[in-house]
Design a protein around this ligand. Structure first.
Ligand code: PEP
Ligand code: MG
Length: 316
């Protein structure tokens, strides 16, 4: 499959029954965008902008950020979207120049959008830089670790102020679904957002209460756990009712056993490490959406991740 996948990497990923799934790349460094395109990525599905901040001794100013983001937009060309996640620090990703008071539980502390909302001027500069760099090309901005619509609205208020400075933008606003409450309440968010991007790494960690980096337990933090699958389905159902699109940008999106499950649950986009793009596209081309959707429904009534994996294995 690998050789075949590589040859067809620039072809779209369309199921045997004609459902197109977008396949994008996850990036932490905008200088890798050109390579992602060369591997067949149809956009950047997750730009982890915190790595740009971590690479600087102090918060990068507007011009520095514009230069960074422009590099990605230029590599992508006019048609491929860039999904940028606003600064996601705290928890496992501390930023030296923004020390957070010691916390007993950093993963449940000041992190993600909560931390960014504490420094609204940083969020404002970041969104101004992103929109400036986009020059009308498709930009999708999403906020990390959002727990409910109130948090989204706080972040959106900043965006609304900034976007007024520009004409002719192509921007969509979304949230990452990585806190269980966000999936459980997706119905209340869907009328307000353009898209959801499911961060299965954190969503699994918070649903199963297992530290994703735990040396002994992380193996049990399996995104194919039926509890996680139910949250994904809730998100997709809410999105469909309100015309939003749904992507998955966590590691699960490149798991060979999970691609069919995610497509079966009705996800529209997968974003994976650039190296995996050709293979993920090839896997999608072998699926029938109708078939995987019937199978995915059956998985939801299982009790454990092991049962899900066994069932998927048996079908492959
Ligand atoms: C996730 O949580 O699944 C995700 C994509 O974000 P990160 O891995 O950067 O926390
Ligand atoms: Mg995350």
């Amino acid at each position: 499959l690998e050789a075949e996948a590589f040859t067809a990497r620039f072809e779209p990923a369309v199921t045997t029954d004609n459902v197109r799934i977008e396949v994008g790349a996850n990036l932490g460094n905008t200088s890798h965008a050109a390579d992602a395109v060369e591997r067949g990525a149809e956009g950047v599905g997750l730009l982890r902008t915190e790595f740009i901040f971590m690479a600087h001794p102090a918060a990068p100013d507007l011009d520095t950020q514009v230069t960074e983001y422009k590099r990605a937009f230029e590599a992508l060309g006019p048609g491929r979207p860039l999904v940028a996640r606003t600064l996601d620090v705290g928890g496992d990703k501390p930023l030296d120049y923004w020390p957070v008071p010691p916390e007993d539980n950093p993963f449940l502390g000041l992190r993600g959008i909560r931390l960014a909302l504490n420094r609204p001027q940083v969020l404002e500069t970041q969104m101004r830089a992103l929109i400036t760099a986009s020059e009308g090309r498709p930009l999708r901005i999403m906020f990390p670790m959002v727990k409910d619509v109130a948090e989204f609205h706080q972040a959106k208020a900043i965006y609304d102020r900034v976007v007024q400075e520009f004409d002719g933008v192509d921007v969509q606003l979304g949230v990452m679904v990585e806190v269980p409450s966000c999936a459980l309440l997706a119905e209340t968010l869907a009328p307000h957002v353009d898209f959801f991007s499911i961060g299965t790494n954190d969503l699994t960690q918070y649903t199963l209460a297992i530290d994703r980096g735990h040396p002994r337990l992380s193996g049990q933090a399996d995104g194919l756990h039926p509890a996680v699958l139910r949250l994904i389905l809730m998100t997709v159902a809410a999105a469909e009712a309100h015309g939003c699109w749904v992507g998955v940008c966590g590691e699960l999106a490149s798991d060979a056993q999970a691609v069919g499950v995610l497509v079966g649950l009705g996800v529209h986009e997968l974003s994976v490490n650039a190296r995996q793009v050709p293979l993920v596209k090839a896997r999608i081309r072998r699926l029938s959406q109708a078939e995987v959707s019937t199978r995915a429904e059956a998985l939801l009534s299982l009790a454990t991740a092991a049962e899900v994996r066994e069932a998927v294995e048996a079908e492959q």
